[in-house]
Design a protein around this ligand. Structure first.
Ligand code: HMG
Length: 451
C-alpha cells in the first residue's frame, strides 16, 4: 500500500481521515471511530476550527484552566491558561495567592515597537543610495499610505525606516529595517503588507531614478517579512516586599534563608546556560499558557523571548532578583508582541471568552497579565526548588496521569489518592501500590475506602 498521495488536500475531511487510518494504522476502523468521536457535534463550530488550519482530520484537545487571585496593579484577575502539563496552573494559582496578601504584582509596559525587514541584494553604489535615502523613505511611506491609513487613525503606523549595509558580511546584501506601532493588534499582516509595498517601491525608485546607471537599476528583493524579535516591545512585571513578610516555608526554612537561596537560584540562571534554559522554560510554562488561551502566537513569543534571553551573547535568565536593605524584589523583563484584536483572538470561541474573562484588555494590559503569569510561575517553581524540591508538588498533581497511564479503575484511583496524601509519589511507588491492591483483590481496598 502506498504511503504517499497526490491531491490529499482536495479530499473531504472524512476522506482524508479514511486515507490516513487505512495507510498508517493497524486497526483503521477503531482509529476512524476514535478520531471522529473528537469532532464537535455542532458543525458550524467545527467549521470555524477547521478554518484555522489545513488538512484537519480531528481536534486535539488541551485543558483550559484558570488561575484565580492574580492581583496586578491593584486589579484582580482570574487568568485563563491552556496547558497540558500538570502542576503549572496550580503553581501559578499558588503564587498568585501568595502575593495577593503581599501587595500583589506590579507591571508596566516599557515599549511597544514591532519590527519588519526588507532583505535585498543590489550591486550598485551604496553611497548613491544613501544620499537619496530620505527621498526614498518619503516615497516608501507615501506608497504604503493606503495600507497604513486605518492603523494611523488608531494612533499607529510606520515609526521609522533605516537602510542597513550588510555587504561586509554578505556581498551585495542590504536591508530596509522598519519599526511599527500596531496598537492592539500583533500586527503581522499589517507589517508584512507594508513591507511588500516597500519592496516594490524600492525597486521602482531605483529603476526610475537618473542617479543610478543602467547596471545599477536592478534591485533583487530576497524577502519582505516582519521580525519576531521585538526587543523594544518590552513589559516588566515585579513583586517586592520586606524579607520578613515572606513568612516561613516548608522544611523549617525561614524568610531570610529563603530569600538568599531564591536570590542564588536566580543568579545561577544568569551564570549557567543549562540552568537558564530550564529556568526560562518555567517562565514560559506560564507565558505560553496565557498566550495560547488568548489566541496569540506562542511560537513567536517563545522565539523572541529566547533571543532576548541571549541578547548579550550568553543565554541567561529572563527574571532577576535583588535583595536591598531587607527588601526582596523579583522581576521579569520580557518582549511580548501580542494582540487583543485580529488573528485568532476573536475567531477562536474560547480565546474570545478568555479575553472576556480578563475584562477585555487592550494589548498593553494583556502584555502585563502575561508577563505576570510568567513571573508567578517562575516564583512558584523556584520556591519549590529551594524548599521542598520540585517533585513533591509536581508529582502530587501528576498522580492522576500516572494512574491513567496504568489504566487504574475509578476505585483504584480513589484509593491511590488517599494513600499518596502522605506517601512520596513516583512511578514505581504507584505501580507497587496498584500491584498490591490488585493482588489483594479488593479486601484491603475495601478497608481503605471505608477509612
Ligand atoms: P501546596 O503547597 O501543596 O498547595 O503546593 P496547597 O495545597 O497548600 O494549596 C495552595 C494553593 O496552591 C491553592 O490555594 C491553589 O491556589 C494552589 P486554594 O485554591 O486552596 O485557595 N493549588 C491548586 N490549584 C489548583 N489545583 C490544585 C492545587 N493545589 C494547590 N490541585 C503546588 C502545591 C503544586 C502549588 C506547589 O508545590 C508548587 O507551586 N510547585 C511548583 C510546580 C511547578 O512549578 N510546576 C511546573 C512544572 S515543573 C517545570 O516544568 C518547571 C521547572 O523545571 C522550572 C525550573 O526548574 O525553574 C520546575
Amino acid at each position: 500500500m502506498s504511503k504517499s498521495i497526490s491531491g490529499f488536500s482536495k479530499l473531504s475531511k472524512r476522506g482524508k481521515l479514511r486515507w490516513i487510518v487505512e495507510n498508517f494504522f493497524k486497526d483503521p476502523e477503531n482509529v476512524m471511530r476514535e478520531l471522529t468521536s473528537y469532532w464537535l457535534l455542532n458543525e458550524e463550530q467545527q467549521k470555524v476550527l477547521d478554518g484555522f488550519s489545513e488538512n484537519t482530520i480531528s481536534n486535539f484537545y488541551l485543558p483550559f484552566g484558570v488561575a484565580p487571585n492574580f492581583v496586578i496593579n491593584d486589579k484582580t484577575y482570574a487568568v485563563p491558561m491552556v496547558i497540558e502539563e500538570s502542576s503549572v496552573v496550580a503553581a501559578a494559582s499558588a503564587a498568585a495567592k501568595f502575593w495577593m496578601t503581599r501587595g500583589g504584582f506590579k507591571a508596566k509596559v516599557i515599549s511597544t515597537k514591532k519590527v519588519g525587514q526588507v532583505h535585498f541584494c543590489w550591486t550598485g553604489d551604496f553611497k548613491k543610495l544613501e544620499s537619496v535615502f530620505e527621498i526614498l523613505k518619503a516615497r516608501l511611506i507615501s506608497d504604503a499610505a493606503e495600507i497604513t491609513k486605518n492603523m494611523e487613525a488608531r494612533g499607529g503606523g510606520i515609526l521609522d525606516i533605516q537602510l542597513i549595509n550588510y555587504t561586509e558580511v554578505e556581498p551585495n546584501y542590504y536591508q530596509l529595517k522598519a519599526n511599527f506601532e500596531t496598537c492592539d493588534s500583533m500586527g503581522a499582516n499589517f507589517i508584512n503588507s507594508v513591507l511588500e509595498s516597500f519592496g516594490k517601491s524600492l525597486q521602482s525608485f531605483v529603476a526610475t531614478n537618473d542617479l543610478f546607471t543602467d547596471e545599477e537599476k536592478d534591485v533583487s528583493i530576497i524577502m519582505a517579512i516582519l521580525s519576531n524579535y521585538t526587543p523594544e516591545c518590552i513589559v516588566r512585571a515585579w513583586v517586592e516586599c520586606p524579607i520578613e513578610d515572606l513568612g516561613n516555608f516548608s522544611n523549617g526554612i525561614d524568610a531570610n534563608t529563603f530569600a538568599k537561596k531564591f536570590y542564588t537560584a536566580v543568579r545561577i540562571a544568569h551564570i549557567d546556560q543549562y540552568r537558564a534554559t530550564t529556568h526560562n522554560k518555567g517562565i514560559f510554562n506560564g507565558i505560553d499558557a496565557v498566550v495560547l488561551a488568548t489566541g496569540n502566537d506562542f511560537r513567536a513569543i517563545e522565539s523572541c523571548g529566547h533571543t532576548y534571553a541571549a541578547r548579550d551573547g550568553n543565554y541567561r535568565s529572563l527574571s532577576h532578583c535583588r535583595i536591598d536593605n531587607g527588601v526582596f524584589k523579583f522581576w521579569l523583563d520580557i518582549p511580548l508582541a501580542v494582540g487583543t484584536v485580529g488573528g485568532l483572538t476573536k475567531l477562536h470561541p474560547i480565546a474570545r471568552r478568555s479575553l472576556e474573562l480578563l475584562g477585555s484588555p487592550n494589548a498593553e494590559e494583556l502584555m502585563m497579565i502575561i508577563a505576570t503569569t510568567g513571573l508567578a510561575q517562575n516564583f512558584a517553581a523556584l520556591r519549590s526548588l529551594v524548599t521542598t524540591g520540585i517533585q513533591k508538588g509536581h508529582m502530587k498533581m501528576h498522580l492522576i496521569n500516572i494512574l491513567n497511564h496504568m489504566e487504574a479503575t475509578t476505585k483504584e484511583k480513589e484509593l491511590a489518592e488517599v494513600h499518596f496524601e502522605k506517601e512520596v509519589i513516583s512511578f514505581n511507588a504507584v505501580r507497587a501500590f496498584l500491584d498490591s491492591l490488585r493482588t489483594k483483590k479488593g479486601s484491603g481496598a475495601t478497608r481503605l475506602l471505608n477509612r
